[in-house]
Design a protein around this ligand. Structure first.
Ligand code: 6PG
Length: 406
């Protein structure tokens, strides 16, 4: 039995250092510099064996082999797996840990199975620090293959959860994780805008968050950022690797609303169109306590949206929530709450969230995630919405049917 890793970007390199603390690991990267760099960083650990060629690496490995790929999703991963599988033997296993599109898993499993090679599709979270210290992983694929690897995965992961036998379910659960991450990140940023983009006030806000159920990786990370970064040097134009966008697509395709996650994506898109103007400090009373309550509501809605996305694929929500609870970017106390608890949080905090939002509108402060949260709340809580008029119009011009109230 032997282990290998292909792809030594910042996460891959750290993952190699992590795995090699406990076992021998064969490593390969397209540019050999990253192999040398990783070996040097490990203080020339005897457990790391570098290779310049995939075929030769496979030939040196003892059977059965397990090789993790940690490459950019899509073509880069497909090309490597397509090549790799030709060099492997029956009962070897490929574990793809990219932020892969959820439709890729079935295709990759088939590609591997043609050569009797096993496949597991894994969503891996925790960023590069997580890769070094114990990432949280969501595993999709045959239970039997998972069980063969469970012990190995537990030697370097902070949390290992088998989602189900579908080879796409690990990547899908990670995609949903990322969608929630988009909404939470924008939600924290919305509160930064409300707090006048004032770092000192933001630090007080984060200090308050530490004592609530939103406390977790992102809250701690925000505090570190406030201490370490000069935000004036960072252009306010966003980029992304599209996993949040995929969530919006899945929601649209399955006809379910996804207001916060989608506006987490939109916020990034809006940033491409913004007028460059100097930020003006607004002179109004800032209520930190209300901001904390608002963030609680944003977190609760974001998690509920994630649960709706899991329902589409019949993924057991408790299992996915547990997989997000350790080693991931979205881990926080609230992440394992039930739907009922999350809805209670929304009801308990809506008044404060509305107050914060009204102030933002009044002072022309954009809060994309908060605005959609309030809008969604109001739409779903109005006694009778404007949809009756919309339906009547559709009936009038297109003879589309409506449900008649008795
Ligand atoms: C993680 C993160 C990680 C990364 C994504 C986010 O769990 O470790 O989710 O996967 O932050 O790339 O995607 P964007 O680049 O689209 O923000």
């Amino acid at each position: 039995m032997s282990y290998g890793l292909i792809g030594l970007g910042s996460m891959g390199s750290n993952l190699a250092l992590n795995i090699s603390k406990k076992q021998k690991l064969h490593i390969y990267n397209r540019s050999y510099e990253k192999v040398s760099y990783t070996i040097k960083k490990s203080n020339f650990s005897q457990n790391l064996i570098g290779h310049k060629d995939i075929e030769k690496m496979v030939a040196k490995m003892e059977q059965p082999r397990t090789i993790i790929t940690l490459l950019p999703h899509g073509k880069a991963t497909f090309d490597v797996i397509d090549d790799l599988v030709n060099h492997l033997e029956p009962d070897d296993t490929i574990i793809d840990s990219a932020n892969e599109h959820h439709k890729a898993g079935k295709f990759l499993e088939k590609l591997c199975n043609i050569e009797d090679v096993n496949f597991l599709g894994v969503g891996m979270s925790g960023g590069s620090d997580g890769a070094l210290n114990g990432p949280g992983i969501m595993v999709g694929g045959q239970k039997e293959v998972f069980e063969q690897h469970e012990e190995f995965l537990n030697t370097f992961c902070g949390n290992v959860v088998h989602i189900n036998n579908d080879p796409s379910s690990g990547h899908y659960t990670k995609m949903v994780h990322n969608g929630i991450e988009y909404a939470m990140l924008q939600g924290i940023s919305d509160m930064f805008s409300y707090l006048n983009q004032d770092k000192e006030i933001m630090k007080q806000f984060i200090n308050e968050c530490f004592y609530t159920e939103v406390n977790g990786f992102l809250i701690e990370n925000t505090m570190k950022v406030l201490h370490e970064y000069n935000l004036d040097e960072i252009a306010d134009v966003a980029s992304m690797n599209n996993t949040g966008l995929w969530c919006s697509q899945v929601a649209m395709e399955n006809v379910i609303p996804l207001p916060l996650i989608s506006n987490g994506v939109n916020g990034r898109l809006y940033s491409q169109y913004k007028n460059i103007q100097a930020n003006q400090k607004k002179n109004f009373y800032i209520d930190i306590e209300s901001a904390v309550k608002t963030l609680k509501l944003i977190y609760a809605y974001s998690i509920l949206e994630g649960l709706s996305l899991l329902d589409i694929k019949n993924i057991v929500t408790k299992k996915a929530q547990y997989s997000w609870s350790k080693g991931t970017i979205i881990q926080c106390e609230m992440i394992q709450f039930s739907r009922e608890q999350l809805n209670n949080i929304i009801e308990q905090n809506i008044k404060d969230a509305r107050r914060v939002y009204m102030q933002c509108i009044h002072y022309e402060i954009s809060v994309p995630v908060l605005s959609n949260a309030i809008d969604f709340y109001d739409f779903t809580h109005e006694k009778k919405t404007s949809i009756s008029l919309l339906m009547a119009q559709r009936h009038k011009f297109g003879d589309h049917q409506y449900t008649k109230l008795v």
